[in-house]
Design a protein around this ligand. Structure first.
Ligand code: Z5A
Length: 206
């Protein structure tokens, strides 16, 4: 059995990760490739419980504790969902992964980035390809305004926080060109999808 490929989508809120992960999974399925969509924080029963604590709760976690909670959720998600699917030959499309911890907790909240880098090293799994969707904050804010709904703990943070997060994602993409592709996600949905499929087939071949 050939192990599946592990593809992550990263970027700030409203970048279009969820929209694009659906299109990518559908395109892979149409191509005869079995694909599983999942997300973080969450993606397995235990990790979804931790998601509730992280997004919905009223606790203002210290940056290091929040980092560890994301990694606890991630370890559970990898063990219960990601690893078994990859072992079965399924491609896994994951909406956010460890780069989000570096961008949000590291760049955004000021958690020690070398501490996060150590946890990444200890996790024992890295994506084969990471698509970093980059949009100006004004574009993301307009998309979120149109979508409506209640803001979670992270969405309520100020624009300086979101600017640091965006810079974090850009730095990660530029520092790891073998794994990451930085994409302009301010284009229309179909244009971004086309760019994503080009990146996927360039990396893995058709
Ligand atoms: N977090 C963290 O701090 N540390 C971590 O380690 C991890 C996560 C893993 C999870 O939120 C929060 O957890 C996240 C970071 C933190 N918080 N923030 N902010 P989530 O899972 O609830 O949500 P999200 O990941 O931020 O996703 P989102 O807000 O739903 O955005 P998105 O998935 O990138 O966008 P979308 O849902 O695909 O699209 C948003 C809207 O824009 C929608 O109405 C679309 O139809 C529209 N859209 C999408 N693409 C386009 C284009 N190209 N043109 C026009 N309109 C578009």
């Amino acid at each position: 059995m050939t192990r599946g490929r592990f593809i992550t989508l990263e970027g700030g809120e409203g970048a279009g990760k969820t929209t694009q992960s659906v299109l990518l999974a559908d395109a892979l399925t149409a191509h005869g490739v079995g694909a599983l969509r999942t997300r973080e924080p969450g993606g397995s029963p235990g990790a979804e419980v931790l998601r509730g604590l992280l997004l919905g709760g009223s606790i203002d976690w210290s940056p290091r504790a929040e980092t560890l909670l994301h990694f606890a959720a991630r370890a559970e998600h990898v063990a219960e969902t990601v690893d078994p699917a990859l072992a079965a030959g399924t491609w896994v499309i994951c909406d956010r992964f460890f780069d989000s911890t570096l961008a949000y907790q590291g760049y955004g909240q000021g958690a020690d980035r070398s501490f996060i880098a150590s946890l990444i090293g200890l996790l024992g799994i890295a994506p084969d390809l990471t698509l970093v969707l980059d949009v100006p904050e004004s574009v993301a804010a307009e998309r979120m305004r149109k979508r409506g709904g209640d803001a979670d703990r992270y969405e309520r943070l100020d624009s300086a926080f979101h600017a640091r997060v965006r810079q974090g994602f850009r730095d990660i993409a530029l520092s790891e060109p073998d794994r990451c592709v930085l994409l302009d996600a301010s284009a229309d949905i179909q244009a971004v999808h086309t760019a994503i499929m080009t990146a996927v087939w360039t990396r893995f071949g058709q």
